[in-house]
Design a protein around this ligand. Structure first.
Ligand code: NAP
Length: 310
């Protein structure tokens, strides 16, 4: 098969850090265009908007949307209607309803829709799922703490409605636990700490459980300086599992059982190529549903204003 001609929309942090290198290393794709309001990329056709890209390059097969979640629905709809395959950065949209509408649209169109969860491609996630499958889970604790000033410098959209605040990284933890735990789980209570000048939480504590009353807790923080924590601890009847460093390491009873180089975005594009070849879609809204539940059920506490410069 000839390479899939793909265009990137939104040339921000994640497009530069991950999408450009992953595409350059994957012979199934040929990056032929970029749509950016502010930047340009050497060696490809540059357009200011998706509109112009679709019009100026009808031979495009696919688009990868690396924009914030609040603008993705309109862009994805436009691209699907133009017959393109569409890859969505996480979170796949600002609301569950719009993502479900996109999934329906994809079913009725000729294109594939891939709602990505990059953390599910972290190397220890699948080994953890397999290890847990035969064990009885007693307790789960998620600790997801990072420094917003390091990872999201100047990203004002993250504090606006739909930007999700601390859930922008924490949805990655939710994408892992929804993939590795054997049963559905659901929120029982939560506290969301919202800076007085923001629309989205900067920290949260959540308590979930499942049909067997397994305690599942999450401690989320966007102001962690120094070492960063992206860990999930799971107690079972046959030992304790820890997924550390965002799912790149798996420990059992403090013994390192699995570790491999980070390959999340190469994994995403390999999966997208498979979906495109079969004209299939993959849209799992489970992580976004938990975030929506936190906004529905969580108790708000107003905390000190957040200013990006520190
Ligand atoms: P970012 O640096 O702010 O980049 C987003 C880009 O989208 C902007 O540079 C801009 O690109 C475009 N954009 C912003 N607002 C727009 C609007 N209103 N209309 C149209 N285009 C707009 O953000 P990011 O960190 O790359 O995050 C983008 C997505 O990737 C988010 O959903 C985030 O959760 C996800 N993600 C981020 C990371 C990370 O570490 N930062 C990791 C994994 C996933 P142009 O100026 O080129 O138009």
């Amino acid at each position: 098969m000839p390479p899939i001609k793909i265009g990137i929309v939104g040339l921000g942090k994640i497009a530069r850090d991950q999408h450009l290198p992953a595409l350059a290393a994957n012979p199934d794709f040929d990056l032929v265009a970029v749509a950016s309001r502010n930047a340009s990329q050497e060696g490809v056709a540059n357009f200011a908007t998706l509109d112009e890209m679709l019009e100026g390059m009808p031979e495009l097969d696919a688009v990868s949307l690396c924009t914030p979640p609040t603008v993705r629905y309109g862009q994805a709809r436009q691209a699907l209607r133009a017959g393109k395959h569409v890859m969505l950065e996480k979170p796949p949209g600002a609301t569950l309803s719009e993502v479900e509408d996109l999934a329906q649209l994809a079913e009725a169109s000729s294109g594939s829709l891939f709602a990505t969860w990059h953390s599910r491609h972290a190397p220890a996630v699948e080994p953890a799922r397999q290890w847990l499958a035969s064990r009885r889970i007693r307790k789960v604790h998620i600790e997801w703490k990072e420094d917003v000033r390091v990872w999201h410098p100047g990203q004002h959209w993250i504090w606006e409605p739909g930007g999700m605040g601390v859930f922008d990284p924490a949805i990655n933890a939710l994408s892992i636990v929804t993939a590795i735990l054997p049963r559905n789980f659901f929120l029982r209570e939560g506290t969301l700490q919202v800076p007085e000048n923001c629309q989205a939480p900067i920290a949260a504590n959540l308590r979930f459980s499942d049909s067997e009353d397994t305690p599942i807790t999450a401690d989320l923080d966007f102001l962690q300086t120094g070492p960063q924590t992206w860990d999930i601890h799971i107690e079972t009847d046959e030992g304790n599992l820890a997924l550390r460093k965002g799912g790149s390491q798996m420990f059992v009873d403090d013994r390192l059982e699995h570790e491999a180089p980070e390959q999340e975005y190469p994994g995403l594009y390999a999966r997208f190529a498979e979906l495109v070849a079969r004209c299939e879609s993959e849209v799992d809204v489970a992580p976004l549903r938990h975030v929506a539940d936190a906004f529905l059920l969580g108790r708000r506490e107003t905390v000190a204003a957040f200013h990006d410069e520190g």
